[in-house]
Design a protein around this ligand. Structure first.
Ligand SMILES: Nc1ncnc2c1ncn2[C@@H]1O[C@H](COP(=O)(O)OP(=O)(O)OP(=O)(O)O)[C@@H](O)[C@H]1O
Length: 284
């Protein structure tokens, strides 16, 4: 499902369409089946942007097209359920929204809300608990007896249980340790390989470099760059004006340039960096 923003502006000031802009004239295409990262400084408008994709927010002006669904300022709040089923949203610290007495009931809540029968929802819970790396024995436990990382997985399973086509992730690994982060990010990459469209908001540039196919940079509500991560991280204008930070490998490569190494483009992953260094040491 392709997602298109055309000249989308969102004002948080109900009395003035030009004041307190969360988004300012954003035109953007998010391609079907890709892993797209949305980055930008704190308060730049990333969450505002993604909340338009499942119509939690509506544009003050402009149009959003999601598959064959068009959202404008006068879109009716009725009939949004099919859209919300297609677009799964994992908010920051999603475990704070767990509330049922068992993991199974918590996971079943979403599908049943979207019309699944109890049997279907139970089946979905059994499938997704494994997808997030937990075994079926967790289903009968209370979510509140689990560790923070396990609770996060259960909350993510709850979103996956409705089998959304597109999954929006707002800082899904915040507060997790490096191992937990890698596991969760690999899970999302795996879901993309299986056909889902993934949209990730993150402050972690290594995650962008390692997992994203495309990225968009938001600054003060405006889209200031988009493209392949390798191109965007090599955008001199953005770097000069401190509008992006670099993944660790690119930072390391910059240091190496002061030692006489040369990179046409900064490598953005460890693999790319290793390959480049090997070539240069071998004189290739
Ligand atoms: N409910 C709201 N009412 C008024 N202003 C808001 C509201 N939510 C966000 N804003 C403002 O809109 C702008 C964009 O906020 P948004 O939360 O989209 O940024 P963000 O890039 O997601 O930030 P972060 O990285 O901190 O999550 C900010 O100036 C913020 O203060």
């Amino acid at each position: 499902m392709e997602i298109t923003f055309e000249h989308v502006t969102h004002s948080y000031d109900v009395n003035s369409p030009t004041a307190n802009l969360g988004l300012d004239d954003v035109t953007l295409k998010i391609k079907n089946g890709l892993f797209t990262a949305i980055i930008g400084q704190t308060g730049s408008g990333k969450s505002t942007l993604v909340r338009h994709i499942n119509a939690l927010l509506k544009p003050t002006s402009g149009t959003i097209t999601i598959g064959d669904r068009v959202i404008t300022s006068d879109t009716n709040n009725k009939n949004l359920k099919p859209l919300r089923k297609q677009i799964g949203m994992v908010f920051q610290f999603p475990e704070s929204q767990l509330f049922e007495e068992t993991v199974e009931k918590d996971i079943m809540f979403g599908p049943m809300n979207f019309g699944a029968t109890e049997t279907e929802a139970r089946e979905a819970a059994r499938t997704v608990i494994k997808l997030v790396g937990l075994d079926e024995s967790y289903l009968t436990q209370s979510p509140f007896d689990l560790s923070g990382g396990q609770m996060r997985r259960v909350a993510i399973a709850g979103v996956l249980a409705s089998d959304p086509e597109t999954i929006i992730l707002d800082e899904p690994t915040a507060g997790l340790d490096p191992v937990g982060r890698k596991e969760i990010m690999s899970l999302f990459k795996d879901l993309q390989v299986k056909g889902k469209t993934i949209i990730l908001i993150t402050h972690n540039m290594d995650d962008v470099a390692n997992y994203a196919d495309a990225m968009a940079v938001i600054h003060r509500g405006k889209l200031i760059a988009q493209g392949f991560p390798k191109e965007v991280f090599n955008n001199q204008e953005l770097l000069k004006n401190d509008l992006i930070t670099l993944p660790k490998s690119a930072e390391f490569a910059k240091g190496l340039m002061q030692q006489g190494f040369h990179f046409d483009k900064l490598p953005i992953t460890i693999d790319e960096l290793g390959t480049e260094i090997k070539h240069q040491l071998n004189g290739d």
